[in-house]
Design a protein around this ligand. Sequence first.
Ligand SMILES: [Ca+2]
Length: 220
Amino acid sequence: MESIARIFVVTLALVVVTGIAQAAVLVEYNFNDSTLNTSATSPLANATLTKDADFKIIGQSNPSFIGPGTNKFLGVNTVWPGQQASQSRKVRVDITAADPGTPLNLSSFTWNGKNAVSEGEGAYDYDAEYSTDGGANWMTLVSGRDTTSTWEVGTPLGTTLTGSDFENVQAISFRIRMWNGVNGKWRGLDDIVIEGSAIPEPATLSLIGLAGLVGLKRRR
Ligand SMILES: [Ca+2]
């Protein structure tokens, strides 16, 4: 009985240890230069970013105006009245598990956004959506009106990710939209970050448990 109890405890401990893998940065787009993806992308996830044609890399005089640590962001110059109400302008990130046998648990999706007004900043509407079918259908993650008005990196926009759509993920898509900003001024975003962790499949957990059992038998 004692050995069975020990095996149970060891197996349970292994399951607990593997189950509390810390959330890490899976994908990060912190726009720096002429290349779109200057990201720190985790070996756990592959990612691609697509954008509407009028988004481009824009420099900023304050190195930390939008994204931390760099002086460039992804933005649209001089948005005029006829374009203000458009929700069609968007930036999209598709991610897949780098190893199909190691799906991802996603924990958060965040970014920084701004609409410049002269020497200050203005308010604009935004939302973020996700798709689990490659972009055929989009569901709202978070929406609001950003009224940040300081020349500093603001609190990132975005949300934590909870629910079955964000567990055991092999592939998922996110997109950000910005509209109803101030006439004639740029709007932009920076430091798009997706956090999460890789989770072993049940078969892997069983193997770990089996390894623990074999190890105990050998020690006896
Ligand atoms: Ca940047």
